[in-house]
Design a protein. Structure first.
Ligand SMILES: O=c1ccn([C@H]2C[C@H](O)[C@@H](COP(=O)(O)OP(=O)(O)OP(=O)(O)O)O2)c(=O)[nH]1
Length: 184
């Protein structure tokens, strides 16, 4: 699947959310989406953990065992599943990255060169820089295009293949639709 197709899948989700949560007069949803992406990037950095100089364990959270209960089936005890919190946070970033592009409603060339800095810290620095620029000049597509180039680069720097990213994106996309259907 290419990026242009993901934009269309994202549009379907954004439309669904829009139906359930109609835009209010005067609401700046683009600004909220940009802030949401900043927040998700922070969550992503928190799962990457490389900046946590005060701890010995600074390994990225890519294997996490989640313990959960199934309603009505607790007599069988808790269940376990293996999750990849870093990949999940990255998939949320991708959602908002695509959604911002759709929101800007411009003729964005949906094929960005993948850009990587010398390390992940620098990559985050560039990403926050471009997002910050976008908060001030939201109509400038060049900041958006740069943001996407560095965001796509970040996934590869985390060691994720495009197939993994796509699968994680599709799983969360499905969950996001289900949440909207169940009155989230
Ligand atoms: O217009 C929108 C609004 C939201 N989302 C998606 C992006 C992301 O995948 C999810 C929101 O993030 P998350 O699920 O982390 O937010 P939350 O509602 O705060 O949940 P949680 O408490 O699980 O973090 O909704 C969109 O795709 N388009």
């Amino acid at each position: 699947m290419n990026l242009a197709e993901l934009y269309e899948i994202q549009r379907g989700l954004d439309d669904h959310i829009e139906q359930e949560h109609p835009r209010q007069e005067g609401e700046d949803r683009l600004a909220d989406k940009i802030l949401a992406l900043q927040t998700e990037l922070g969550e992503c950095a928190n799962e990457w953990r490389g900046f946590k100089f005060w701890r010995k364990d600074r390994e990225p959270r890519i294997n996490h065992t989640e313990i959960y209960f199934v309603n009505g089936e607790n007599e069988h005890g808790p269940r376990q599943k293996l999750t990849n919190p870093l990949l999940e946070e990255y998939a949320d970033c991708l959602h908002f990255g695509l959604s911002i592009g759709n929101e800007m409603d411009t003729d964005i060339e949906k094929n960005f060169p993948i850009r990587t800095e010398r390390d992940i810290r620098e990559q985050f620095k560039m990403l926050y820089h471009f997002i910050s620029e976008l908060t001030f000049i939201a109509e400038d597509c060049s900041f958006y295009e740069k943001l996407m180039s560095w965001l796509l680069g970040l996934g590869g720097m985390f060691g994720f293949t495009w197939d993994q990213v796509e699968e994680a994106y599709m799983q969360k996309n499905k969950l996001n639709h289900q949440r909207q259907e169940s009155g989230y």
